[in-house]
Design a binder for this molecule. Sequence first.
Ligand code: UDX
Ligand code: UDX
Length: 484
Amino acid sequence: MTLKIACIGAGYVGGPTMAMIAHKCKDIEVTVLDINEERIAAWNSDKLPIYEPGLEEVVFACRGKTLFFSTECEKKVAEADIVFISVNTPTKTRGVGAGYAADMTYWEGAARMIAKVSHSPKIIVEKSTVPVKTAQAVERVLSNNVLNDGARFDILSNPEFLAEGTAIKDLENPDRVIIGGRQTPSGLKAIQTLKDVYAQWVPEEQILTSNLWSSELAKLAANAFLAQRISSINSISALCEKTGADVSEIAKCIGADSRIGPKFLNASVGFGGSCFQKDILNMVYICKGLGLEEIARYWESVVTINNLQKRRFVDIVISSLFNTVRGKKIAILGFAFKKDTGDTRETPAIDVCNGLLDEGADLAVYDPQVTEERMKTDLSLDKFEWDHPYTHRKAKEVEDHIECCDSVYKACEGAHAVCILTEWDEFKTLDLKKIYDSMVKPAFIFDGRNVVDGKHAKEVGFVFYGLGKPLDPFLTDPSSPCSP
Ligand code: UDX
Ligand code: UDX
């Protein structure tokens, strides 16, 4: 009999992860489910709902054979042997824990639906990042709501570690797969069943098994450590600008220490993405609830430094432009939270753009993957609203002060300054002379991702700010002439 897998939630996690399982396991039928009809229609079309290098090839190769996308949630869950839950767990915007705790409404809804429709034993797999002990809550919801004879559930935690932009690579060749479960005979059997799925392409020694709580916490801890590294190097970038040190040289020097390692040491205008901030705040909330106040404060400082980094960038732009950006055109290059994705969730560009809009700037934004509608919606939302679709609103100021451009050169024409907020490869090879000639003078570049060759930019005539780099004399003393 063919093993049947259903996944509730066809997002950035559920879609690519299930596509990879279907691609690698010819003997498994995988159905990805979502309540959002438009999203499912897009997964079934030629234009997939998310941009991810290599994803199309994988989906198109197995769609209709081992991989299916559907809105028939109850039917497909009822038929499945393994049900992954990959729905979103947004930060709560109101009520107890607002601004920190994860909103588990969708999760609980999924668990109740599974209990209602099941007639046979199932393995339930937590794929979304969830607070520690979620499995216990899910077990309780399931066991108290079973309606039909024959239904029985084993809960596993199997967190996803893929990063956007490299999802297919990460899924195909993961550093590790973690499967946590109850250490009972039926829990261990469930762990083995899921292990057998991954073992079809992941070397066995890279499939780590653990108890449920270690697996749930491992995901939060991994994201907290990664984010902490970025906040650490970003805090050093502020120190570099004040002392004349260069953060890229520092990253190289400290990264050469094999105990520290070279990865994830790129200073930036701030980390974004749907996970880092949300997971840390969630962990902070859990720590507070357990009476671990100092530990909560320690991890919260990672988010504080990230917010400071975005604010610092806006302040430098404003102070450099003679303390006013009112009515000035500023080109924003890059809006996605990192390169090779169209995802804008928690992108630092939102805070930077809002900071500049608050000061009256006119923004001309270019991003190769983010749509105009997405940018305008993001800039019209309050914090954390992006993951709560029902609260969307449109702001008139955004309409009036944002122009979305289809090329870098159009965005920069007539601008006073260029801000680089995403490290898209195409920004490494810009024709800086052409850009400079089309801008108001003095012309500024504020490189929040260190992608532009600062020396060359200065030669062309720009006043150049590279994040964490020695400051251009013009920026420390506006009375000094431009570099050339
Ligand atoms: C989400 C979370 O953000 C992340 O923390 C978690 O680890 C995995 O789930 P992602 O896949 O990026 O990650 O989210 P998103 O792209 O928003 O996808 C979630 C999907 O679930 C949406 O398409 C939504 O329509 C769907 N959903 C939500 C359901 O199908 N049913 C529900 O009840 C709620
Ligand atoms: C992250 C984790 O890496 C992944 O394991 C987890 O499953 C989900 O969260 P993601 O958010 O998709 O993945 O991307 P990631 O590459 O981690 O980048 C997150 C943010 O950090 C981006 O805004 C990126 O630009 C920024 N970043 C990353 C830096 O500023 N400097 C770095 O050196 C690395």
